[in-house]
Ligand binder design. Structure first.
Ligand SMILES: [Fe+2]
Ligand SMILES: [Fe+2]
Length: 198
């Protein structure tokens, strides 16, 4: 059957109309998603860990300088580089969920870092006791991060943010590896040497 120009015009208008409707629907869905309590919690938790990671970069600098052994100093240096990557991964996660990267003070990490600073003050420079104590302080940081990234990666999966979940899981693996590595250093000789100190 022959169709006239007007028919074609009408058809294309209908398709266009459908497309506009569809994109309006997806925009509605998006704004609905962004106003959901879980999305708000997820975004705020990202702001919290974004603040924490930035604070950890500075803390690791101080811990590197305070460490007695070359091995621990190197471990802190390596993890400081990784932490900078964690920050840029978080920036990607913010982008993926259509939010701006922002920091929100994380009281927990402020406290854990303060505890690390007190350890530096209360242990002797050049001692193995200082390294044994610094490892525990660093592991407290890692465990906070592991709890955060583990939970956020699971939430990201639930909310259908699969790419964000992959990034959060990658960081989670690096925090876990750091934790194991610190245990290895402590158990290989640092704790034993510290035990011999007067
Ligand atoms: Fe991290
Ligand atoms: Fe870490």
């Amino acid at each position: 059957m022959l169709t006239t120009d007007t028919d074609n015009k009408d058809k294309s208008m209908t398709t266009e109309g459908k497309q506009t409707k569809a994109s309006a629907k997806s925009a509605d869905k998006e704004s609905e998603m962004k106003s959901s309590p879980l999305h708000k919690f997820f975004r705020d938790a990202l702001k919290d860990i974004y603040y924490a990671e930035n604070a950890i970069v500075d803390a690791l600098e101080k811990m590197q300088k305070a460490a007695t052994t070359e091995e621990l100093r190197e471990a802190f240096e390596d993890h400081q580089l990784q932490t900078k990557k964690h920050i840029s991964r978080l920036e990607k996660v913010f982008k993926l969920i259509d939010e701006e990267p922002e920091k929100k003070e994380c009281k927990a990490i402020v406290g854990i870092i303060k505890e690390g600073e007190e350890i530096i003050k209360s242990t002797k420079e050049g001692s193995m006791t200082r390294d044994a104590a610094l490892i525990i302080a660093a592991q407290k940081v890692e465990h906070y991060e592991i709890a955060t990234y583990g939970g956020l990666a699971q939430l990201a999966i639930t909310m259908g943010h699969n790419k964000a979940a992959d990034l959060l899981e990658k960081t989670l693996e690096e925090e876990e590896d750091t934790d194991y590595h610190l245990t290895d250093i402590a158990e290989s000789y640092i704790n034993l040497d510290a035990e011999q100190e007067d």
